[in-house]
Design a protein around this ligand. Structure first.
Ligand code: EPZ
Length: 425
């Protein structure tokens, strides 16, 4: 199995262009199923999760081509509403095919989605939202058979009990072609929701309020094809910023959306980084010396501090001067990196969803496991700052979300190699 081998302790300096957001590209690609006509999606990162999504699209009968980071999808020949078990288990976001299939064909047959093991991750909110639109759902031994009411999807008022990102996405896509108006309350407000809404609007949907707590969707007869450029990935952008904060140095980020990163940038500034926004899409970070302890972090739905950055900031706090307190409120099992950071000499006490991190002056290289995507990225940046050699195993998790990770880190001066050059996708 491929590993990343890192010789730590080098200062980082240079420029990096941020990839397209995985968590935007995935629902946008799934939503192409609901459009009649060709969709062209730009800035699609080259990731195993994206490739799994393209496999599902092909399985459903869509015409799919890819040239670099441009993917084109034509759902004109959509031939089935069944996503096979194996493809469902490839990733969590396979559940976001539910809304598009119900919109396009009035039926969907899906198994349980896979994805990072960071919690139970039920899909009850997705199903409640679809039921509100008049969908009948039968569970046959774990497989879900979903069918719209005669006459198709019907607009409805629906309040989510938690602002789930995926359930908001399914609801927006399905309601876009439902009969009548849908009012979704307590909707997720993540930038990826706004990006999906903008894509759907480009396809002819009438959606108001995406990015706010209440989204109003006036159903239209049909969606047409459209072109769309995916927003920058705020979490991989944060990964590179945290790496420089840990290693010291200077980074110029291009193609970034600083406005999506306020909660994270504020913490980095309080840790001692000098951050400068350059125009709409640039960001410069300078760091010298050891980071200061982090202000209290509590993961929250957007615009709060993102759970996807919690492991990265824990890595930073592990070498910070002083004690940091990190609380994870979104997923119940998202501290699996704690044990791996401890192997590197971190002083972390975790109980339930709270971690107390007493920063140590220096981490030591060790053999560690990338237990999920963001934890894996956090261990890599910890390795870059550590003394000696770090070997990160199970890096297929990292390939799910970080494009050209080690190549781009090397360009900043990091010493990092993959033991097997070939990726599995
Ligand atoms: C999205 O997952 C992201 N994934 C996750 O990123 C991210 O961590 C998460 O949103 C929160 O920001 C994609 O966009 C592909 P949720 P999603 O539904 O949609 C509970 C990464 O590393 N819940 O907002 O699955 C759930 O268990 C990944 O890129 C229910 O109880 O997240 C969790 O505790 C990891 N029932 C909370 O809500 C449901 O039906 C938030 O989940 C749905 C969710």
């Amino acid at each position: 199995m491929a590993e990343l081998v890192i010789a730590g302790g080098r200062r980082l300096e240079g420029e990096h262009t941020v990839q397209g957001a995985k968590n935007s590209a995935l629902p946008v690609l799934a939503a192409t199923v609901a459009a009649r006509g060709r969709c062209v999606i730009r800035r699609c990162p080259n990731l195993s999760d994206i490739n799994a999504t393209l496999d599902i699209l092909r399985h459903l009968g869509c015409g799919v081509t890819r040239a670099g980071d441009v993917v084109s999808v034509d759902a004109g020949a959509l031939s089935g509403c069944l996503v096979p078990e194996g493809l469902m288990r490839e990733m969590r976001s396979s559940i976001v095919f539910l809304g598009p299939l119900l919109s396009a064909l009035g039926c969907a047959e899906l198994g349980s989605p896979g994805g990072c093991e960071i919690g139970l991750r039920p899909i009850d909110l997705h199903l409640e939202a679809m039921r509100a639109l008049g969908v009948r759902i039968e569970n046959e031994g774990g497989r879900l058979r979903c069918q719209t009411a005669p006459g198709g999807l019907r607009g409805a008022r629906f309040a989510l009990s938690f602002p789930s990102v995926g359930a908001t996405e399914n609801m927006m896509i399905a309601a876009a072609t439902a009969k009548g108006v849908t009012v979704l309350t307590n909707a997720a407000r993540e930038p990826e929701i706004v990006d999906l809404a903008n894509f759907l609007i480009a396809c002819g949907a009438k959606i108001h309020g995406a990015g706010e707590g209440v989204i109003v969707i006036e159903g239209v007869e049909r969606l047409h094809g459209a072109e769309h450029t995916v927003i920058p990935d705020r979490i991989t952008a944060a990964t590179f910023l945290c790496a420089v904060v840990m290693c010291g140095g200077e980074l110029l980020l291009h193609g970034v959306a600083p406005g999506h990163m306020d909660a994270m940038l504020s913490v980095l500034e309080q840790a001692g980084a000098r951050v400068r926004r350059i125009g709409k899409n640039g960001l410069q970070l300078r760091m010298s010396g050891r980071p200061r302890y982090l202000p209290m972090i509590r993961t929250m739905p957007y615009p709060g501090f993102p759970t996807d950055a919690q492991a990265l900031f824990m890595a930073v706090s592990a070498i910070a001067d002083g004690t940091s307190l990190i609380t994870e409120t979104i997923f119940e099992n998202r501290f699996r990196h704690v044990g791996q950071l401890q192997k590197m000499g971190a002083d972390i006490r975790a109980q339930g969803n709270v971690a107390i991190v007493n920063g140590v002056p220096q981490l030591q290289g060790a053999a560690v496991n990338a237990c999920d995507l963001r934890a894996g990225a956090a261990l890599v940046i910890a390795g870059l700052a550590a003394q000696g050699e770090t070997r990160v195993r199970e890096i297929w998790h990292i390939d799910r979300g970080c494009e050209r990770f080690e190549e781009d880190l090397r360009a900043l001066g990091a010493k990092i190699e993959r033991t097997e050059p070939e990726r599995l996708f």
